[in-house]
Write a protein that binds this ligand. Structure first.
Ligand code: FES
Length: 74
């Protein structure tokens, strides 16, 4: 069960340009997406006025974090 902190974190903006919450990105990663392109295809992030700079950084951070905690990732 998610903690209150985790729930609040997931309600934060993921892609501000497209109005997509962070939890959608997290769910896409949990469902197996392993790249920005895969996450964008599933969630609809990207292609906004920032040129994906803002959400791209968040996705990179989340993917790096997942790789760091996945024991068989190499
Ligand atoms: S924040 Fe995602 S395209 Fe700008």
């Amino acid at each position: 069960m998610a903690t209150e902190e985790e729930i609040l974190a997931r309600m934060k903006p993921g892609c501000i340009c497209k109005g997509i919450k962070l939890h959608r990105i997290v769910e896409a990663i949990e469902d197996g997406a392993t790249s920005y392109e895969e996450i964008a295809k599933v969630t609809g992030i990207g292609g906004g006025s920032c040129g994906s700079k803002r959400c791209g950084k968040k996705v990179a951070m989340l993917l790096k974090k997942k790789t760091a905690i996945t024991p068989d990732a190499a």
